[in-house]
Write a protein that binds this ligand. Sequence first.
Ligand code: GLC
Length: 626
Amino acid sequence: MPSTFSAPKVSAWRMALMNASPDRADELAKRIAKQGPLLQNRLYRTYSEGDQVEALTEQLLAAAVDIGLKRSQELWDLDLSRQSKPDWHQQGAVGYTAYVDHFAGNLRGVVDRIDYLKSLGVTYLHLLPFFKAAEGPNDGGFAVANFEVVEPRLGTQADLQHLTQALRTAGISLCSDFVLNHVAHDHEWAVEARKGNPEFQNFFCMAHSQAEVDAWEKNLPQIFPDTAPGNFTYQPSLKAWVWTTFYPYQWDLNYANPKVFLEVVSAMMRVANMGVEAFRLDSTAFLWKREGTNCQNQPEVHWLLQAMRAVMEIACPGVLLKAEAIMPTHQLPPYFGLGDTPGPECHLAYHSSMMAASWVALAEENVSILQAVMQNTPAVPKGSAWLTYVRCHDDIGWNVLRPEAQALGDVNHQRLLKASHFFAGIAPGSYAQGASFQTTDLLTAHGTNGMASALVGMSTAQTSVDLQLAVDRLILLQSLSYFTGGLPLLYMGDELGMGNTAAEVLESRQGPDGRELHRPDWQEGLAQLRTQEGTVQHRIFSKLQAFAELRKSLPAFQGDVSVQAIESKQPTVLALQRGTELKGFFNFSRQKIDQLGDDGLAITLKPYGFVWLQTCVGTPARTLID
Ligand code: GLC
C-alpha cells in the first residue's frame, strides 16, 4: 500500500527494466512507449491534478512492469502470440458460464468437466466468483472479501493454477469476475475504515448527513428495491452512510481516490498472473458518482476503463476485458471505446438488451422491440465482439428496453410489464414458470427469474406437442444468440434444458435472493441423456454442437463482423444479415410462416423455426442449419 502519493524521485519501473532480461525489458519498454501517453491522458482527464496523475502513472507503470517480469514463460509467450493476432478470441468462440459449486462441486471438479465443455465447442469459461467471499450472505460471491485468495469452499490457489493450466491445454480461456464497484464489508479495506483509519475511509463513498443521502437518492435508481432498498447504509462506527448500490454488505469503492484505481488494477494483474485469461468487469457502469446524475455510465467510467486497458496491454496483453454493464442499447457502444473519448476499452460487452428483447418477442409473438434493438446496435471495433446470451445467473432485467419500447409508443412500459407477467406465469395463456424479481408491486416491471427451460414452457408442457414447442422456443433463442454474437454464452444447464432449482433446495439456500431460482445444482442424469437420440436433451445439445461447428467453420462468424436487421415482411419474424454472406430468419410465433420473401428467397419457417442461410452472389442460397 503506497503511504504517500507523490511521484518517486527515481522511476521504479525504469530501474526494474534496467535489471531485467533484455528481451522482456525491450518488449515492456515498447509497450510502455505505445500505451503510456494514452494512459496518462485518461488519468489526466479523470483526476486533473498534475502531481497526483504523475504519481499514479508512475505507480501503475511500476506495477505493470513488475507483473510483466513475473509472468510465467507460458503466459508471456501467449501474450506475444496474441499481440500479433488481436482477433485470436474471435473465430468460432463459444462461451459457457457456471457456478463452480453448482456445476462441479469445486475447482477440481471443473477440471473433470473439461471434456464435456469441449464437446460443446466451448472456448471460454466464465466461472462465477471464486475468490474469497464475505462470511454469511454474499450475493453469490459478488461480495468479495479478498480479490486474490481462492474461496476455501471451492479450492486452493494450487487448484486454480491447475485448472487454468488444464483449460488452456484444452483451448479454453478462463474468465474470472472482477468486481470493480464494491468490496465486501469484511474486506480488509472496509475493516480498516471501520477501525477509524482515514486512509481507508477514503477508499469508500460516504455521505455524512441524512440530507446528503436524500440529495443523492433523488436521482438514483434502485437495483434491489425490495430486498435492499436505497443506495446507502448507515454505519454507526463511522457515523456516516456508506454508499451501497447493491446489498448493504457491498461497499462502493471511491474511484475519485486514485489509490483505489491503483490497488484494484494491481490486484487484477496479479490474478492475471495466476493464469486467468479474461475478466468480467462486474457492475462497470457504477464506478463514478456525480451529483445531479443517476451515477451510471459517467465519462470517467470510460476514461478509467481505457486507462485500465492500457495498463493491461503493458503487463498482460493476452488478457481480455469484458464489460458487464446491464444498460440500454445506446449506453453500450462506449464500453467498446466508441464514445465521446474514443480509444481501446473492453474487448467484449454483454448485449443485455438483445437478450431481454428476444424474451419479449417470444411473449408477444412480435419482434418490433427486438428489431429496434438490432437497429440500434452498431458494429463493434476490430478485435472486439458482442457477448450474446439467452440466460445467465441474474434476472432478465426489463428496463434496459425502455428506450426502444418508448420509441415504439409504449409510453408507460406496458409491453415490458406484460412480458414480465407472462414469464412469471401470471398472464392468461402463459406457458412460463418463472417468477418476478424485486417487484412486490405488480404495476412495475423490474426483472424475471427462472431457468430458460421453465420460461419457454418445458415444465408446464402437458403433451408431447407442448414439449416439442417449448424445446423449439429454447432452440430458437439459442439460434439467435449463436447467429448474432461474437461470443455466444451458454448458461449452465441450458444445454440440457435443466429446470428451476428444486423447492426444497431453494429453502436451504441462504438469503432471500429470488435469483436462486435459476441456480440449480448439476443434474448428472440429464447430462447422460444428451447422447440418447429421441430425448429432449439430445435435441438441444446436438443443435448447440451444430451451431458451434458452423461458427468455427465460417469466417463470417468472426466476432467483429457486423450484424444488421433487414426487412422481414412479417411482424413475427426477425431477419438479420451477418456480413455480406449470411442471413438468418427467426420466427417468434407459433404459426408456420409460408413464403417469406426476401430478394427472391422463398422461405418457410415452422412454428418457432429459424434458418441460417449462406447467400453468395450468383449461387442459390444454401441452408446452413434450420
Ligand atoms: C452484477 C452481478 C450480480 C450482482 C451484482 C453486484 O450485476 O451479475 O449477480 O448481484 O453485480 O455485484
